[in-house]
Design a binder for this molecule. Sequence first.
Ligand SMILES: [Zn+2]
Ligand SMILES: [Zn+2]
Length: 579
Amino acid sequence: MSSLEHKRHTLAHLLAAAILEHYPHAKLTLGPAIATGFYYDVDFSGGPALGDDGLKDVQKAMKKLVNKWTDWEHREVTVDEARAAFAGNQYKLELIEEIAGRGEAITLYTCGGFTDLCRGGHCDHPNKELDMDAFKLDKVAGAYWRGDEKNPMLSRIYGIAFETREELDAHLTRIEEAKKRDHRKLGKEHDLFTFSDLVGQGLPLWTPKGTLVRHELDTYIWKLREKHGYQRVTIPHITKKDLYVTSGHWDKFADELFRITTREGKEYALKPMNCPHHTQIFDRQPHSYRDMPQRYAETTMVYRDEQSGELGGLTRVLSITQDDSHVFCRKSQIKEEFFRIWDMIDTFYGTFGFNLRVRLSFHEPTEMEKYLGDTAIWETAENALREIATERKADHFEAPGEAAMYGPKLDFMAKDSLGREHQVATIQLDMNMPERFDLTCINEEGKKERIVMIHCAIMGSIERFTAVLIEHLGGNFPLWLSPEQIRIITVSDSHHEFAEKVYTELKGVGIRAAFDDANESMGKKIRNAKQAHLPYFVVIGDKEVAGKYVTLESRDGTTQEITLDKLGNHLLTEISIRK
Ligand SMILES: [Zn+2]
Ligand SMILES: [Zn+2]
């Protein structure tokens, strides 16, 4: 345990002591340190309960109590002594029986006159070591005893704690910022997607603006792919059961598969992934080694029967759009194909200023039943990935148990502007599916040679990626990605004619311009434009009309005068470099 963990755990003890002072009927249960602080689960059922409004008083009491918390005493006790110490508290009694059942020592820790059942791990002199301004009681939430809904509901009191006041403040600011940037909130404000009770939870509906953003992202991906010889393919969204029996998905993906029975009683399924379909396009004809690799790509939805998750968000959905691709290649071509994909991923994420690191997601050797294929195939594939990551000199780490069912993966983790890490792109090496579908090419000796498949989605799921991107950018889409790129505002009606001209000119070169001719004051229109996080707006008055120019005002407040004949090209250049 780090010293910060010791401090957080000590604060949980202090919290418990302060609660007992104010709420003598409370039954204490468990109080561990967690990633950003600590919590304590308490049963208040015998009297008044602590709510959010009582947190300040308890926090004050903790700050007072700490002065007496100079040293710890601890002693090992017998089961009977422990039972006596916590008589009437069924939660602690349950814990005591468990500890005894495991044959472990039962220890009691006392500080400042307060005793708790504990294994240890505190800071030695709380009164000297704890910075009592570096923690804050945060909130009260409900939690079942031991996380089981059959058990009584307890109150979980959360505290946030850091080494210093500055770190605490920085963390609180980050939380506030994350709330402001929540993609569910911004998605609504920017009118990007919506949900309908009639359609169902987890099934986002993309508005015209949201669809534009998706389309621009996908167009960018295609531009990157074209350089590397990818070809578009198109498949139906359903298939006969037979395809997934052969691929192995019918068994291993069983719970997540949406099944369909036709009126003739035939079994079909909605596709949960595209690879099995794509193998059948590859396998339509024999391939010479000269035609390899074959690189197929398709942006399309897949459907997974996930358990219902958070409401109204894009992070957990049943309809997932993948910018999916499958490279069918020879074993000797694996490295080059990985490097090609990796280049695209670096370019794409670099455009938005994400920092990437790579997780080598490998199989868990003790759970082979979760995977297709034997250990030898897996080890060959994993060694290949290890070599690729090392040669690429990438920031990487290994994670056993994170592989896909048919092969190991390179998972790219992107750090966003708030310092949070998200799993985004993946590249997967698959030596199993080519076995199951008997995929080959004819080699130099005229013999059939087993090939491999590389699966890769650069954005991964467009839904998830869009959510990450909205929060990363705080809703400030760059010019090329903005549904509305520039808004034209006039000072008065007499400026309409020139404004129309500016509007037509911009529309003519393909810029997503809007003309705000609503019957409102200029000041209101400017405020609206600013609130909409638009990359640019222009206000047209007498000076502009006379001089045939506009004053381009950007989101960050900078302005630039530019003549009408140059405006279109100026914006197009900025769009083309995706700044
Ligand atoms: Zn403790
Ligand atoms: Zn695939």
